[in-house]
Design a binder for this molecule. Structure first.
Ligand code: UD1
Length: 367
């Protein structure tokens, strides 16, 4: 079976990691008969080029053992329409050349939507990994991307029971499969590898004393001056040093508004490669973020998280207050550093074997 993965942005490389390894293992395993679980998967990786800075892209391929992309579209940045349109224009020829049994798309970025639209127009079967997530916030570009991709796809690979329920509500239960969360696979694997390593913190912060790890990149937080000033002021006022792993969008907007990403307890740093990020989250007193992936990584690594958004797709993290929403940042100074909840850890994101379930689902549902 031939599967063509389309990825383009940082969180998609993290999801691709365990999937690419699982597909590579399938080639090493004894192959079954065609179309049956056990059949080797021939994997083609297409990188749209949505993220192109080495620390947002190349380091993930290297650290997660992902083979270099077979095709790189080199699309780069642009408005949503320009970026998505450029990907669409470039993908047709690639999909036509490879004619895969599945086009596998990941998450909710513009690269996800472009690949889904290109594939559906060419009558190629689409599988959507991380299907069924909903924020119900239509201001988020990711929300449009998710909904449109789910409705275009032939196979919906859902990470959680809640995602399965959303798909059923939208009439999509008949093509949905609960596979678990591939980010749990990679997060647990890397956690076990880095647990004994020293914590390396950028931004000159001492990892031996309590610190917070922060990321901010959602347009709702970065793209108006008043909002960004309020968020940065809140981060400066936190009771322990804050390592702000600054995404290029944040840096560009802060520069344009003349806002320094330092001052008070705030320390600006570059985004971290995945293993260093996992290690830094494990040792942090807390995480402050608007990233979906990081909320869940904090939960998986048992570090309290405060999310600067009005809602989250990863609602399971809110139980027991592992994650607290504080969109107006009014409570941030009081809650960003807080004791971890006690009680038996729950595992709503699966057992770390989601990639194997993805492989089985693709083989079982393949035509
Ligand atoms: C994208 C995804 C978002 C995801 C995030 C992870 C969409 C709509 N959004 O947001 O869901 O959470 O990736 O990081 O797909 N830039 C660089 N270097 C790069 C890439 C981008 O400097 O390698 C700058 C450019 O100025 C660009 C801006 O960052 O315009 C935004 O990049 P873009 O890919 O449009 O969206 P993200 O904010 O990264």
């Amino acid at each position: 079976m031939k599967v063509l993965s389309v990825v383009g942005a940082r969180p998609q490389f993290v999801k691709l990691g365990p999937v690419a390894q699982e597909f590579a293992r399938s080639r090493a395993d004894d192959g079954g008969s065609p179309g049956r679980p056990g059949e080797p998967i021939d994997h083609v990786i297409v990188h749209t080029g949505q993220h192109y800075d080495p620390w947002l892209s190349d380091v993930f391929f290297t650290d997660l053992g992902i083979p270099a992309p077979d095709v790189h579209l080199g699309v780069g940045s642009g408005s949503h329409g320009v970026q998505t349109g450029a990907m669409l224009a470039a993908l047709d020829a690639v999909l036509d050349e490879h004619r895969p049994d599945w086009v596998l798309v990941y998450g909710d970025t513009n690269s996800t939507l472009a690949a889904a639209v290109s594939a559906v127009k060419m009558h190629l079967p689409i599988a959507h990994l991380e299907a069924g997530l909903r924020s119900f916030n239509r201001r988020m570009p990711e929300e449009h991307n998710r909904v449109l991709t789910d409705h275009a796809a032939d196979l919906l690979l859902a990470p959680t029971e809640v995602a399965m329920a959303h798909l059923a509500t939208e009439g999509l239960a008949g093509r949905s499969v609960l596979v678990g969360d591939v980010m749990t696979d990679v997060c647990h694997l890397v956690r076990d590898t880095v647990a004994c390593r020293p914590v390396e913190l950028p931004g000159g912060v001492d990892p031996a004393s309590p610190y917070l790890l922060a990321t901010i990149h959602r347009p709702d937080n970065t793209d108006t001056e008043q909002r960004l000033r309020a968020v940065v002021a809140a981060l400066r006022s936190l009771p322990v040093p804050v390592v702000l792993l600054a995404h290029p969008r944040l840096v560009a907007k802060a520069d344009a508004f003349g806002i320094a990403l330092t001052g008070g307890n705030l320390h600006q740093a570059r985004p971290l490669p995945y293993p260093q990020m996992v290690r830094a989250v494990m040792a942090a007193a807390g995480v402050v973020t608007d990233s979906g992936g990081l909320q869940k990584e904090a939960f998986l690594l048992r570090t309290p998280c405060t999310t600067i958004r009005p809602e989250t797709e990863w609602v399971e993290t809110l139980e027991d207050e592992w994650n607290i929403l504080d969109n107006d940042v009014s409570r941030l100074p009081d809650i960003a550093v807080r004791a971890a909840p006690t009680g038996a850890p729950r595992t709503p994101y699966g057992d770390g074997h989601a990639a194997a379930a993805v492989r089985t689902a693709l083989l079982t549902w393949g035509r």
